[in-house]
Design a protein around this ligand. Structure first.
Ligand code: GTP
Length: 196
């Protein structure tokens, strides 16, 4: 992965003024961002969230998934701690892209679960790559993460890329009748832990 830091600036949000850092992956024509709050380069493990893009959940308030509430909760928890990092990775639909995610939704409307739908479209259930996080951490001086996630495979992937994840913090939020089956499939087939 050829990831290059581009620029940093400020991003005022309803939870405080974050620093926003832009990175470019020219090889894959992707642009990723990291929001940080406080001094993340010194002072021990950083509260972190590695969040994969979900336009429908993050920006359009979709209740088919739990992405939007997780994003909001992560930013709130970072703000409450006064220090942390949100890695916002542009790998929509677990890496299959937005339009294929809509195709997968259509298949789920017809009875497939989220894993079967990906497979019917010819994709693996999860195509995401977390290698860019190591470059981002090195650039930002982050050496250890306390990671907010329900996904142990994400912890393993980051660890394999050389990131020291010292703790996994569950991020169980946003359950509703529209995403009950989706969350059950994540727990049953994708190894997500829905503990508190
Ligand atoms: N292919 C596909 N992607 C989906 C679907 N619903 C949400 N996503 C995508 O899934 C990604 C989020 O992954 P999740 O499996 O929900 O969660 P996670 O990141 O593995 O784990 P957490 O850290 O606990 O949130 C985002 O890129 C969403 O766009 C779906 O039905 N099909």
């Amino acid at each position: 992965m050829s990831l290059r830091f581009v620029e940093s600036s400020k991003l005022p949000t309803q939870w405080g003024i974050f620093d926003i850092h832009g990175f470019e992956d020219s090889e894959n024509q992707k642009e990723h961002i990291v929001l940080t709050l406080g001094d993340v380069s010194t002072g021990g493990p950083v509260l972190g969230r590695v969040h994969s893009e979900c336009l429908t959940g993050d920006a359009l308030f979709s209740m088919r998934c739990d992405c939007g509430p997780q994003l909001q909760a992560a930013l709130q928890q970072i703000a409450a701690e006064g220090r942390g990092a949100l890695f916002y990775l542009r790998q929509e639909g677990r890496g299959i892209g937005l339009l294929n995610k809509i195709r997968a939704y259509k298949l789920q409307d017809g009875g497939a679960d989220t894993v079967e739908a990906n497979e019917k479209l010819g994709f693996h259930a999860d195509l995401r790559d977390y290698s860019m996080c190591k470059v981002m951490c090195d650039h930002l001086g982050i050496t250890q993460l306390k990671l907010m996630t329900n996904n142990p495979r994400k912890v393993n992937a980051l660890t394999e890329h050389g990131i020291d994840v010292v703790e996994r913090l569950p991020l169980r939020i946003g359950e509703n009748p529209h995403n009950a089956r989706y969350l059950a499939t994540k727990a049953g087939k994708l190894g997500h832990l829905f503990d508190h």
